[in-house]
Design a protein around this ligand. Structure first.
Ligand SMILES: [Zn+2]
Ligand SMILES: [Zn+2]
Length: 379
């Protein structure tokens, strides 16, 4: 039975490209193995990625819309874009596992195959991940051979039919099995099941159709990306054997730690230390944020550990609109070295407030416990 690829993404048949993209992005963000350690999520992620891949490929989508399954014909590449392309597909694979290829009737396979996906990491500063940037990555990859443009043949020559298998791509032998005698066919070792050999390989790529090359690729990083997220550059992976279509390049973002701000999703955090007197009397501070200098109003009587929120000074939300907040954690500093005059003033202050410094029992405040409680209540 054909898989309901629309249903896997929670969509109705005939959903638009935008709806497909949106549904995939939402699910991939919840299920990606980097963020969701649940083994069930990994499997779901594979299904979701496969459905997305199928629905964004015009030819595969045409087959789906006609009621078929592009992965059941053997024409698809199967697997998710994260490289776990192996695994059992249809009945042919199961027959292969028992008999080394008794599925039969599949004929020679093309010399051209799709290229591998590639992954590269890029380190970015906090202001680059928050506001987005354009950067470059340099990758060593396989590109199309410019001498033979992927054909693998020396100029002016052509592939020839393989004489071992007469172009069928497979060779047959009789095997005994628990089902009795079966004629098993296996891929032709001479031509790697392609049915063709190249008598005069291209001098540059030795017949592979591709060569190693270093290339520099511009990458647009959207505002709000987080550490560990991957940006997909379709068609920037390795060119396949025989000059086959290139895989995709995934650019994984690594966010460098910032001197002042730490990040928690769309919110930023920082710590500010206040002198005891400023916390008691109140003041206005200049705080350097990613958006420039902001006035931070400290109310009189501010307690250590309190948090001020600067709305919309965090990172943009990748899903939805708007920005997160900047949370400023305040640490009130008790002076460690005070001279005689300062000590005198503090004693006088304590006296005025009825605070007994010699023992924990103050008549006015009902003992140490009450004072601890009052401190928490912000009195
Ligand atoms: Zn070549
Ligand atoms: Zn052959």
């Amino acid at each position: 039975m054909a898989t309901d690829y629309y249903g896997v993404l929670g969509l109705a048949r005939g959903a638009s490209d935008t709806e497909i993209k949106r549904a995939y992005r939402k699910m991939a963000r919840d299920l990606h193995p980097d963020v969701n350690p649940d083994p069930g999520a990994k499997e779901r992620f594979g299904e979701v990625s496969r459905a997305y891949e199928a629905l964004t490929d015009p030819e595969k989508r045409r087959i789906i819309d006609l009621g078929g399954d592009p992965y059941e014909t053997g024409g698809g590449r199967g697997g998710s874009p994260f490289g776990n392309a192996a695994g059992f597909g249809g009945l042919g694979d199961i027959m292969d596992a028992f008999f080394g290829g008794a599925g039969g009737g599949r004929g020679p396979r093309g010399r051209t195959r799709e290229g591998e996906d590639a992954l590269i990491r890029v380190e970015l500063d906090l202001d680059e991940t928050v506001f987005g940037t354009t950067t470059e990555v340099t990758v060593d990859t396989a590109v199309l051979c410019d001498v033979c443009t992927g054909a693998g043949t020396a100029p002016g020559t052509h592939p020839e039919t393989c004489s071992t298998c007469n172009g069928r791509g497979e060779v047959q032998s009789v095997q005994r099995s628990f089902l009795g005698q079966v004629i098993a066919s296996r891929p032709c070792p001479t031509c790697q099941a392609t049915g063709q050999v190249i008598p005069n390989p291209c001098p540059k790529c030795a017949g592979d159709g591709r060569v190693r090359s270093r290339r520099t690729i511009p990458v647009k990083v959207p505002a709000g990306v987080e550490d560990g997220m991957r940006i997909r550059l379709a068609g920037y992976g390795e060119v396949g054997p025989g000059g086959g279509p290139a895989g995709d390049l995934y650019v994984e973002v690594r966010e460098r730690p910032h001197d002042v701000f730490t990040r928690d999703g769309e919110d930023l955090h920082c710590r500010v230390t206040l002198p005891m007197t400023a916390a008691a009397l109140g003041t206005t501070l200049k705080l350097e944020t990613l958006d420039g200098v902001e006035d931070l109003t400290i109310k009189a009587g501010t307690q250590s550990g309190s948090v001020l929120t600067l709305r919309a000074h965090g990172a943009p939300r990748l899903r939805g609109t708007g920005r997160g907040n900047l949370l400023v954690h305040l640490d009130v500093q008790t002076p460690t070295r005070i001279d005689g005059r300062q000590s005198e003033l503090l004693r006088e202050l304590a006296g005025l407030r009825g605070e007994d410094l010699t023992d924990g029992n103050s008549a006015n405040h009902g003992g140490l416990f009450t004072r601890v409680r009052d401190a928490f209540n912000g009195r």
